[in-house]
Design a binder for this molecule. Structure first.
Ligand code: COS
Length: 379
């Protein structure tokens, strides 16, 4: 067993860490407060190759392994989770899905520009009545000659506003449950395609989330990904990998919480001493560090298994459920250590707690992850 990162992985860590500290840290609190999308940061992430990290260079990606991707996700999330979610969706939900399931025609036409960061993708599965119960979707795609007409509503779509292309799941055959769901790539802005207003969120406020409305949107048949009826399995397979990315995001938020706690506790004087000298604070810091190391092992192990082409669905769920709960605990303790200051918006500390919360919800709630884990044990 070798826990040593490769030279390439160390380089990715250094590059993403420096990028996050120099390019994303300035203005991060204001972007969160005012819901300003990190446009410049995302553009630079594309230039650095962070938008198609695992995609084959043949399709303009970087051809890196999943461990490298989790390292970059962790570093960027440490500074701005709103930026890392944009990266995560484009990498693990959009580029991965297209590379694995789409035709060469789609890869040539869409994947190349998505992996290079020139275009941005979104992934739209959820609907008002179907979140965890993902197969209960109502959006319909009716075949008419050489195209489909798609109608319905998708919600909680990350990158919904700023994306160019949307991965869309819709029903092509009613009454057969998940076997009637198909997957498409749809260009934004066509007739009947409307983008909703930005949602006002608790956390990751600088990222954009919205509803998408489809009213008989015409989509050419060559934009079907895989075969009709394969959409649900494509979605779940893709989400397995996505969950590793979100686990890495949670890890970054937890690490940021620990870093801030250590440095503030050494500076903050109470009762004539730095609060870091008090055991009550030391125990909180120690507990955070233990849990973060354990979460990192789960994240890296699930990524490693994916790279080794071993089954990893249950481990991705374990990594996500554990890392997201660690992020929640660490960020809450971080606010506690910072006291009144940490509760103030301008401190940037309470943001960690608000950002952590979504990692327990999106790409499958903690409850769904536990179902996936239990199913893998009981089957
Ligand atoms: N990869 C590929 N296929 C999978 C899979 C996976 N990880 N998990 C299940 N499947 C397949 C099953 O094998 C089954 O296929 P068959 O009918 O051919 O045997 C099919 O998918 C349906 O499986 P199942 O009956 O277990 O589906 P359920 O409807 O009970 O749902 C859960 C399973 C709850 C795990 C799934 O709906 C889920 O993950 N929901 C959360 C969705 C989510 O993450 N939403 C967030 C959206 S992105 S922000």
């Amino acid at each position: 067993m070798n826990f040593q990162l490769t030279e390439e992985q160390i380089l990715i860590q250094k590059t993403s860490r420096e990028f996050a500290d120099t390019e994303l840290a300035p203005g991060v609190v204001e972007r969160d407060e005012k819901k300003i999308w990190p446009k410049e940061g995302i553009k630079k992430m594309g230039e650095l190759g962070f938008m198609g990290m695992m995609t084959d260079p043949k399709w303009n990606g970087e051809g890196m392994d999943t461990i490298s991707y989790t390292i970059a996700m962790e570093e960027i999330s440490r500074v701005e989770a709103s930026a890392s979610v944009v990266m995560s969706v484009n990498n693990s939900l959009v580029c991965y899905l297209l590379e694995k399931f789409a035709s060469d025609h789609i890869k040539e036409k869409y994947l190349k520009s998505l992996a290079s960061g020139d275009k941005l993708g979104a992934f739209s599965l959820s609907e008002p009545q179907s979140g965890s119960d993902a197969s209960n979707m109502q959006t319909i795609a009716n075949k008419k000659g050489d195209h489909y007409l798609i109608s319905g509503i998708k919600n909680w779509v990350t990158n919904g506003i700023n994306s160019d292309y949307v991965i869309l799941f819709a029903v092509t055959e009613k009454g057969v449950g998940h076997k009637g769901i198909s997957c498409f790539i749809v260009e934004k802005g066509g007739d009947g395609f409307e983008t909703g207003k930005p949602e006002n969120k608790l956390g990751i406020r600088a990222s954009d989330t919205c509803e998408l409305y489809f009213d008989s949107v015409k989509v050419p048949e060559e934009n079907l990904i895989g075969n009709e009826g394969e959409g649900f399995k494509i979605a779940l397979t893709t989400l397995d990998g996505g969950r590793i990315g979100i686990a890495a995001q949670a890890l970054g938020i937890a690490q940021a919480s620990l870093n801030a706690s250590v440095s503030y506790s050494k500076e903050r004087i109470q009762f004539g001493k730095p609060i870091s000298t008090f055991q009550a604070i030391q125990f909180k810091i120690a507990d955070m560090a233990i849990e973060i190391e354990a979460a990192r092992l789960l994240v890296r192990q699930s990524a490693w298994r994916k790279d080794q082409k071993q089954s990893y669905s249950h481990l991705a769920s374990m990594a996500k459920v554990y890392a997201s709960e660690v992020a929640m605990r660490a960020s809450t303790q971080c606010v506690q250590i910072h006291g009144g200051f940490g509760y103030m918006r301008e401190s940037g500390i309470e943001r960690l707690m608000r950002d952590a919360k979504i990692t327990q919800i999106y790409e499958g709630t903690s409850e769904i992850q536990r179902l996936v884990i239990a199913k893998s044990l009981i089957k």
